[in-house]
Design a protein around this ligand. Sequence first.
Ligand code: GLY
Length: 211
Amino acid sequence: SGEGLRAGAVAALPPFKNPIDIARALLDRGEHVLLAAEGAAAFARECGFAPCSREDLLTEQALARWKGMRGARRVEAGSPGGTVGAVACDAAGHVAAATSTGGTAGKRSGRVGDTPVLGAGTYADDAGGAASATGKGEDILRITLTATAIARLREGASAAEACAKALDDLARIDGLAGLIGVDRWGRVAETRNTRVMPWAAIASGVESAGA
Ligand code: GLY
């Protein structure tokens, strides 16, 4: 949340159906910002969220792709587990960002990507705007992609300029990512150097979408 820089995130979470709700509960609790693994699961159960099975989260498409790449231990941006992000700005200029992911295919147990890390996959600051990233988490972490975009928003760049410039920084490490952003005046932007990144926006009542 851009108001007061409040945040909540969970990482390496055992199977739960809506991890973003657990992250929101952590934000509302206001005690810690990031919980991981069994500790995050214990917090979720304490808040009344019910764990689910791995099978409950498995899609046929993800299973087929995993079988196809088994043994290769390759990490690709946009692989199964895909990331979903959202940014918003209300009428009072308060901004927020949320990002959820299954991580990348072929990842090691214990890997934490960019998504739950503030300033990497997700960031919001009322002094600038909000951003959410998708793509190869390792690249996004190394560039602190959303923090880079928000810093430019704070300096007065538009959402489009800030997202484009942040993505330019990825070229330093040949990084792969996409970014959605909104500035504190509600102007939205999306940019990517990945093959696809489906997006949709509603700004001033006007809907738009692309990939
Ligand atoms: N961007 C999602 C991840 O790398 O985990």
